[in-house]
Design a protein around this ligand. Sequence first.
Ligand code: ATP
Length: 508
Amino acid sequence: MANNEDKFKKIIAHAKEYGFVFQSSEIYDGLAAAYDYGQYGVELKNNIKNYWWKSMVQHHENIVGIDAAIFMHPTTWKASGHIDAFNDPMIDNKDSKKRYRADVLVENHIAKIEGKIEKEVKKASKRFGENFDEQQFVSTNPRVVKYKEQIESIKNRLYSALEEERLDDVKSLIEELGIVDPISGSRNWTEVRQFNLMFSTQLGSLSEGANTIYLRPETAQGIFVNYLNVQKTGRMKIPFGIAQIGKAFRNEIVARQFIFRMREFEQMEMQFFVRPGEELKWFEYWKEQRMKWHLEMGIPQSEYRFHEHDKLAHYANAAFDIEFNFPMGFKELEGIHSRTDFDLKSHQDHSGKKIQYFDPELNDSYVPYVVETSIGVDRTFLAVLSYSYTEEKLEDGSERVVLKLPPFLAPIKAAVLPLVKKDGLPEKALEIFDGLKYDYMCFYEEKDSIGKRYRRQDAIGTPYCITVDHKTLEDNTVTIRERDTMKQERVGIDKLSEIIGAKLKFNG
Ligand code: ATP
């Protein structure tokens, strides 16, 4: 555990040192849960968004994109249920003065019990060796069965209390389970209260009679309210999808853990409109597609897992998360939800506009059902960054930090480096740089020893370093060094573009 925390700290420090992520308004001591992306961070982030956009919009003939405004008519949030129900139950510890999500405290307690089960399984598997039948063990071992019953009963109590808004019972549960403040160890809790996560502001000047409007807490509603516009102008036939990338805002109670939980973040969402009754088939399809998208980045399956929601939102009839093995453990990275016709129907009711699709094959009209895929850009950034961060001991005893980013996501694709700062090498290197820069994000540097320059490129994940030396002037060849193997090869300048290009392909 301590090791992972250590690794997380190193990743955060690395992200700052190499211009990926800075604390927002740092010169004023920062603003909690807001971050700025630096010169390499913005490149990585744009590449992630581009990868998603291409895979969703460009690679699907029946998905189109939009870019809706962040400000929306206030009734949108009444219709979507966010004004009434976008709450988190919070609780404060009176000693540490820290605020927590009450449900998360209970869920962490459940995770501890799950950890105990895992330990029992590990012990037994060692004891029984090859003959170990895990399925049988977990369903018959009295200790494990008891733990499972405990978990079941805690979950039932938590979710029914939340659903029925019995917040006093959530508090009783926390007390009965003996849950302590993770920082102070204290059990001195306040009551549990609901806390709406939407930021509000005023539209128009106060004297004119201002209207309260909200910063959107999800991008999805911008898609729903444009359903008719896009369907009609794009002559879209069901099934079809609308995709969007954009900022979302949530006044998160517990906003720690770097860019994992921010108050201003970015989402990539796609709503797929289908015939009623076919939503679960499409749900399965998107579950599979989205997992493929993650694996295409070269991160192995073992770092991901599906998590089925125990408690479905009021609008959903199926929901799975894709969880990633972040430095602080498996946590949600993406949600895939079958949202039924809840949103469109509700917008139809609140706006008085008919939102229906005439299905020529069925010769019938209906409000489409929706399967949504919703992923955080920043969480994807953190997943890729933390998986790529590698400390290596080299054969000569030295160490290097290398970001083994998927090459198509790397901020810089190739660094062009003159071996020395004289003899016409910089001029030649700049000529090569100019030849590549229109196709690839490149970087030129002549300062410091070549070894130091390689290390800096390793640290930002640049797949290729191209070194220009005296031989280059004679025969138009350079050395090209590959980031992960550190192998160097001598190649003709005319081959560079092809070599770099071949490394950047993805299917997605
Ligand atoms: P969590 O349970 O972690 O709060 P959520 O279930 O509320 O997340 P969704 O409403 O499903 O999240 O949002 C879709 C995606 O948006 C999430 O999977 C996550 O990647 C991203 N996301 C949500 N909240 C935040 C946040 N505060 N900071 C960064 N990304 C976020």
